[in-house]
Design a protein around this ligand. Structure first.
Ligand code: NAD
Length: 319
């Protein structure tokens, strides 16, 4: 990987920059010397996520809904489109918003990149693989998605976003599709429904950890610093993607819950609850492409990442 994958950018626009991943992306870009304009409607993110660099001279926070055409007071050379509800709790609460952010929002962010001659990065997701029939999933797999299931508002919005990005690429816009797998770390919300923050919140509160089904379904969890490093390495490389960015080490949800109980020193028990509809049984990235082309791979161990996340949650008043 290049010594500083952020160094080549003068000015980056990050849609969804006040969210979990977006805020870490803004921080990394600023640390690399880029100016950053964060565009966010605060539908699932919060200005508190960017409070740490709010006064940085190179940072601007713009409140806007990317479903409407938007402009920025800058001439970016990089547009990272990360705006979208991402947790099941959020996208089930905001189904049409999610579909429109993935479609109209992607169109508008692409238009900005095209007008400025900027490189465009679409934050896609492993959810485009649906409940996969191939394991692990590489970028050539087309997926197994239920187009009318409850999760489809997210999965299909991202698949449409990929198609739109590909169409823009064929018309000359410099684009990249990154397919992020489950990412965790500080600034996740305790009630966002994703496994890591839910289990940590429950363990710290001494409540039972609610494991869906029999807990044997697996996820691969990537610490947010690794994800951000992978995204910026792919952006700097110039490839169009799609490229998987995730951690291939798999863990069952039951093992994750037990581990979090141990790491928090909690006395919590495990409670099994009903498994959500279309919940994938397995999810694991094949990251051969990122390893070969970007010389990128995750370096933060699950134990270290979970410890850092637990420490952050301890300092927070969880919602
Ligand atoms: P998040 O909900 O924390 O952040 C999303 C941000 O987008 C929020 O700040 C929200 O307010 C903003 N937003 C939503 N709709 C908007 C709109 N119409 N206009 C402007 N801003 C809007 O979610 P996250 O986990 O940080 O995910 C960020 C991106 O990464 C998403 O595109 C998501 O699909 C993708 N992704 C995340 C993961 C993960 O594990 N966290 C995995 C795969 C893909």
């Amino acid at each position: 990987m290049a010594t500083s994958p952020t160094a080549r950018w003068e000015h980056a626009v990050v849609t969804g920059g006040s969210g979990f991943v977006g805020s870490h992306l803004c921080a990394a870009l600023l640390a690399g010397g880029a100016k950053v304009t964060c565009v966010d409607d605060f539908s699932t993110g919060t200005p508190a996520n960017v409070a740490g660099f709010r006064d940085h001279p190179g940072f601007r926070l713009v409140e806007a809904d990317v479903r409407e055409p938007f402009t920025v007071d800058a001439d970016p050379d990089l547009v990272l489109h990360f705006a979208s509800p991402a947790s099941p709790v959020d996208y089930l609460r905001l189904p049409v918003h999610t579909l429109e952010t993935g479609s109209l929002g992607t169109r508008n962010a692409l238009a900005l990149a095209h007008a400025c001659g900027a490189r465009f990065v679409l934050a896609s997701t492993s959810e485009v693989y649906g409940d996969p029939e191939e394991h692990p999933q590489n970028e050539r797999y087309w997926g197994h998605v239920n187009p009318i299931g409850p999760r489809s508002v997210y999965d299909e919005a991202k698949r449409f976003g990929e198609a739109l990005t590909t169409a823009a690429h064929s018309r000359g816009t410099d684009t990249l599709i990154v397919r992020l797998f489950n990412t965790y770390g500080p600034r996740m919300r305790g009630h966002d429904g994703r496994a890591v923050p839910t289990f940590i919140r429950q363990a710290l509160a001494g409540e039972p950890l609610t494991v869906a089904g029999d807990g044997r379904q697996t996820r691969s969890l990537c610490y947010v610093d690794d994800t951000v490093r992978g995204v910026l390495a792919a952006a700097a490389h110039g490839m169009p993607g799609p490229v998987n960015i995730g951690n291939p080490s798999e863990i069952s949800m039951l093992d994750l819950a037990r581990w979090i109980v141990e790491l928090t020193g909690s006395a919590s028990t495990i409670r099994f609850i009903e498994r959500p509809v279309d919940d994938p049984a397995v999810r694991c990235p094949d990251i051969t492409l990122a390893r070969d082309k970007l010389e990128w791979q995750p370096v933060v161990t699950a134990e270290e990442g979970l410890r850092r996340t637990i420490e952050w949650f301890r300092t927070q008043q969880t919602e």
